[in-house]
Design a protein around this ligand. Structure first.
Ligand SMILES: Nc1nc2c(ncn2[C@@H]2O[C@H](COP(=O)(O)OP(=O)(O)OP(=O)(O)O)[C@@H](O)[C@H]2O)c(=O)[nH]1
Ligand SMILES: [Mg+2]
Length: 291
């Protein structure tokens, strides 16, 4: 064996696993997309299930919604505005994002809320997020931390579509180690609230290209990169969500065309999240039938 070959093998063994530890259908984007386009919810009375995205300022919440939309429209879309300089939260109002499927809409929607920041009077107020989980927050609610909880921004009645069916924490892989204790404290509060409402939770881990140069060059190395697994474990420990519910993605941020590997990770993550959300819809349906 030549010297350079053995050096490259040693390098590989230190940064990469020999085999991918999670199977990924890189050649099957069309099937992932088709299954989502044809998805039928387990309760036909419900038009769509709501997925709530929460996370630190600049974690990539708006970019994830744009990325999902781009994957379905097969072109880059930027409806949920994303900020290029993350300081304070760019998203300030509570808004529902629908994904178009030809002439109709897909049966899942997203809400992107203002980012969590450290300090009581900064970022989205945890009480507002708790209200969003219960489906009580009105469309267009302004997340101004100083006047949060205004009752005129709350609904007195909710429909099945207003409820949240999955809470997704969006965490940037390259920033998870530096996340502020205050942000974790806010997340824990939201987590407790979600658990008391039996709302399932998942993590979208963004910016994998920034966290691991190997993955930055080739996204198919996502599940062979030791660094990415380490970051996923960090997310799992920090927010208390099991590894099986942590989905690493690379969001569209500088691309001008959609790309197969990015779409596969995004659609795969979405498939799992929608399934988790639909399980709750099914449980709620069975419970209401028992009453
Ligand atoms: N390299 C890279 N950059 C990303 C990725 N996802 C998001 N970004 C960038 O990160 C920055 C913040 O993204 P946003 O989507 O605005 O974050 P947000 O969570 O909505 O932030 P707030 O609305 O301010 O709370 C933007 O400059 C994005 O382009 C990713 O996967 N990789
Ligand atoms: Mg945003």
């Amino acid at each position: 064996m030549g010297g350079s070959e053995s050096t490259s093998q040693t390098k590989k063994s230190s940064a990469e696993f020999d085999k991918s530890w999670r199977e990924t259908p890189w050649d099957n984007k069309e099937l992932l997309e088709k299954n989502l386009r044809e998805l039928k919810l387990s309760d036909s009375k419900v038009k769509y299930i709501r997925i709530l995205l929460a996370g630190e300022v600049g974690a990539g919440k708006s970019s994830f919604i744009n990325s999902v939309n781009s994957a379905f429209q097969r072109r880059i879309t930027t409806e949920a505005l994303a900020d290029s300089v993350s300081g304070t939260s760019f998203t300030r109002t509570y808004r529902t994002y629908y994904i178009r499927n030809g002439q109709s809409l897909l049966p899942f929607v997203f809400n992107d809320i203002m980012g969590l920041e450290s300090g009581e009077s900064n970022g989205a107020h945890q009480e507002d997020i708790a209200k969003a989980l219960e489906g009580l927050l009105k469309e267009g609610h302004n997340f101004n931390p100083t006047d949060s909880g205004k009752n005129d921004d709350c609904k007195s009645e909710t429909s099945l579509e207003d409820l949240t069916y999955c809470l997704v924490y969006v965490i940037a892989a390259d920033k998870v180690s530096m996340m502020d204790d205050d942000v974790f404290r806010k997340m824990r509060y939201i987590r407790q609230k979600a658990s008391s409402l039996e709302i399932p939770q998942a993590v979208i881990m963004t910016r994998v290209d920034e966290a691991c140069p190997l993955v930055g060059k080739n996204l198919q190395k996502i599940y062979t990169s030791k660094k990415i697994k380490e970051k996923m474990q960090e997310c799992s420990n920090s927010v208390g969500v099991p590894m099986s519910h942590i989905f690493p993605v690379k969001n569209y941020h500088e691309e001008i065309d959609t790309q197969n590997d990015m779409d596969v990770l995004i659609l795969r993550a979405l498939t799992q999240i929608v399934q988790i959300a639909d399980d709750l819809l099914n449980r709620r349906k069975s419970d209401s039938e028992k009453c």
